[in-house]
Design a protein around this ligand. Structure first.
Ligand code: PMP
Length: 431
């Protein structure tokens, strides 16, 4: 595949933009280097690059794109919203409508607040939890990524782990000391930490289904135990549903498992592809937020009519009958096809899938936590990634990420992807 124009643009980007990219996970550092593909158009399940090649897209912009690129309903609603002015700095009826939609879909959200990114949403839930409890420490699970605010860049997952720098420079040791990290799915480790520091812990922060070291589901009873153990010590439970909200069902992952957190952070899908974040939860906790309470959080762009309109339009599409069944059907077809290929070859690989999201790990062990994901073979992934890209299959350039399906993918797209994977596995086996 010719990438002359991408190469040229990347060279230019490197002169002007740090590392040539505006988010490190877009660089190809995690897959042995190379030129990130410059895309110029998206439509449905496809992305089109500047050199004239077409790709079946499984990156989904790292999660937000669940209805396919340039979905006609979202595009029309966003265009109309932009024509009415993109930002007023006043409340709008759209915000009321969207807040009600989110509350109906995710009942633990007794009150919400809109922000502009998942990072902001998570960062604020932590501040509010500290304000509410009067405690300072938080517990998170190793390998989980919760945005790039200081407190959660401790043992963070996908981006930093791929780059081999789990802790960011610039995050002070004092900050890091406020964060305790335990392995996902390890209730004993969590209990030990809560026994030791319980009185200091403001919140336990958890992705109810992990998306950031690949798709990893909670073991049976794990989320219930997190709730019980945290609440026993007076700590709050915060769900980071930035990836998971509306990814697997019309609602949060919490609605799948029927376990309620005290607060939830969201982003990605709820903006239909535009910048957004939101957090919410129990009313007695949320009323600590300014202007009602002492925990300050604000935003010039927060609740802007374009992002909110896109979010409403996206949820309207996702609320239609059969959407998640369709995603699950496509996901299963892809999983079955890939599993078949794994059986035909002698390359160690396992698949974790939930609905229309999956991760192919190059390991022969079941992956249930970060160490398992980390032990998967990065070299094999690199080769696989480039072989797939060269056949027009756009995956995330990291072994820790998920493949995201959209409602726009077809069975034919899936079958073409499976054939590409078969070719990639054969090539790998030959060499
Ligand atoms: N939490 C989770 C679980 C995420 O996956 C991400 C982004 N990948 C974030 C928080 C941060 O969101 P954003 O990039 O919108 O700031």
């Amino acid at each position: 595949m010719d990438r002359k124009h991408s190469q040229h643009l990347y060279n230019e980007a490197c002169e002007h933009i740090v590392g040539g990219v505006n988010s490190p996970s877009r660089s190809f550092k995690g897959v042995g280097g190379g030129v990130p593909v410059f895309m110029e158009k998206g439509n449905g399940a496809y992305l089109y690059d500047v050199d004239g090649s077409t790709y079946i897209d499984y990156l989904g912009a790292y999660g937000p794109i669940i209805t396919g690129h340039a979905h006609p309903h979202i595009t029309q609603v966003v265009t109309r919203a932009a024509e009415n002015g993109v930002l007023y700095g006043t409340p709008t009826v759209l915000e009321n409508r969207f807040a009600k939609m989110l509350k109906e879909a995710i009942p633990s959200l007794e009150k919400v607040r809109f922000v502009n990114s998942g990072t902001e949403a998570v960062m604020t839930t932590i501040r509010v939890a500290r304000a509410y409890t009067g405690r300072t420490k938080i517990v998170k699970f190793s390998g989980s990524y919760h945005g790039h605010s200081d407190l959660v860049l401790v043992a963070a997952g996908s981006g930093p782990a791929t780059l081999g720098s789990p802790d960011s420079a610039g995050v002070t040791e004092n900050t890091a000391e406020e964060v305790i990290t335990v392995p996902f799915n390890d209730t004993q480790a969590l209990q030990d930490v809560l026994d030791k520091w319980g009185d200091d812990i403001a919140a336990v922060l958890v992705e109810p289904i992990v998306g950031n070291f690949g798709i990893v589901e909670p073991a049976e009873g794990f989320l219930e135990q997190v709730n019980e153990a945290a609440h026993d010590t007076g700590a709050l439970v915060i769900y980071d549903e930035v990836i998971t909200a509306f990814r697997f069902t019309y609602g949060g992952a919490q609605d799948i498992y029927g376990v309620k957190p005290d607060m939830t952070a969201m982003g990605k899908i709820i903006g239909g592809g535009l910048p957004i974040g939101a957090y919410g939860g129990r009313v007695d906790i949320m009323e600590n937020v300014a202007p009602l309470g002492p925990a300050y959080q604000a935003g010039t762009m927060s609740g802007n009519p374009v992002s909110i309109s896109a979010g409403i339009a996206c949820l309207e599409v996702l609320g239609q009958d059969g959407v998640y069944e369709h995603l699950d059907h496509l996901g299963k077809r892809l999983e079955d096809g890939l599993s078949h290929i794994i059986k035909e070859h002698s390359i160690p690989a396992v698949i974790n899938r939930r609905c229309g999201a999956l991760t192919l790990f190059f390991t022969d062990r079941k992956v249930t936590d970060y160490d398992g994901a980390d032990e998967s073979d990065g070299e094999l992934f690199k080769t696989f990634f480039h072989l797939m890209l060269d056949q027009g299959i756009n995956l995330a350039p990291s072994k820790y990420e998920a493949w995201f399906l959209t409602t726009a993918h077809t069975e034919a797209d899936i079958d073409q992807t499976i054939e590409a994977a078969r070719h990639a596995f054969s090539q790998i086996e030959k060499n």
